[in-house]
Design a protein around this ligand. Structure first.
Ligand SMILES: C[S@@+](CC[C@H](N)C(=O)[O-])C[C@H]1O[C@@H](n2cnc3c(N)ncnc32)[C@H](O)[C@@H]1O
Length: 256
């Protein structure tokens, strides 16, 4: 399944009231939205028809989130579904995750592109090596280990989508400061010269769930209906359902 197909399914399953997209380019992913949408990209060059109530912002995600009321286009500054596909460097993407989560609730779903590069060239911090493939995933894959280490409360599913894999985050917590507190340390670890050392589990996608397993999992009605439930209840219930659906199995390191 291609990443846009996964995103299309997630739009249908989550039925978001609000959608936030970081990284628009020609509008292929943006065109999937029917929700009230805010989309951010300093260099967008949209070629598609867009069929949603849209605030399109020509700026970087950092500048966008530094605004006083970045999500003023929404009735409330709350995001049900987000797609992070802007600058493919781990320090930028980590800031995007931190900033997006501040506007989430426990039932929000955050999708991150390019989380499973297929080779060291695609995973580089510079685009040169990726040119031969035609895809530059960058080193955003590095976030998975940190998210799992620092945020055991956050569900972080790697998803085996084509071409360069995605991650789906569930049960976000807008009050958590764990990632922001660790930001400087993480960036010092992340920002190293190419070639990057990409874990075998990432390259071989051994921890990744199949996209069909995710979209067919019997969790989505509850994810939608728990949107208005108290956060703690929604978080516990969504985790129970995701676990019951077998989606957490591959995220737990084997013992021994
Ligand atoms: C891979 S493209 C997005 C593709 C689009 N999401 C899709 O699937 O059709 C990445 C986009 O991120 C944008 N970008 C680069 N740096 C950015 C930043 N700091 N903030 C937001 N967007 C950024 C680029 O201009 C580029 O258009």
């Amino acid at each position: 399944m291609f990443r846009h197909e996964l995103l299309k399914h997630l739009h249908q399953l989550v039925q978001p009231r609000t959608y936030l997209e970081i990284g628009v380019r020609k509008g292929a992913s943006l065109a999937l939205s029917r929700a009230r949408t805010v989309a951010v990209d300093p260099f967008y060059e949209i070629e598609r028809e867009i069929l949603c109530d849209l605030h399109l912002v020509r700026t970087t995600s950092d500048e966008f989130f530094a605004r006083r009321h970045p999500l003023a286009h929404f009735d409330e500054p709350v995001v049900d579904l987000a797609f992070i596909d802007g600058m493919h460097l781990s320090e930028y993407a980590l800031r995007d995750v931190i900033n997006v989560e501040r506007y989430c609730h426990a039932g929000s779903v955050i999708v991150i592109d390019d989380m499973l590069p297929r080779g060291v060239e695609e995973a580089g911090r510079t685009r040169q090596g990726a040119a031969a493939h035609g895809h530059w995933a960058g080193d955003v894959y590095k976030m998975v280990a940190s998210l799992r280490e620092l945020r055991p409360d956050l569900i972080c599913l790697e998803v085996d989508t084509r071409p360069t894999g995605t991650a789906v985050l569930m049960t976000p917590d807008p009050t958590s400061t764990a990632l922001a507190d660790a930001y400087d340390r993480l960036v010092a670890e992340f920002v190293v010269p190419d070639p990057q050392v990409v874990p075998t589990e990432t390259l071989e996608r051994t921890r990744a769930v199949k996209p069909w397993a995710l979209v067919r999992a019997p969790i989505w009605d509850s994810v939608r209906s728990l949107r208005t439930a108290p956060d703690a209840r929604a978080r516990a219930e969504i985790r129970r359902l995701v676990d019951q659906a077998g989606l957490l199995d591959s995220t737990v390191a084997p013992v021994g």
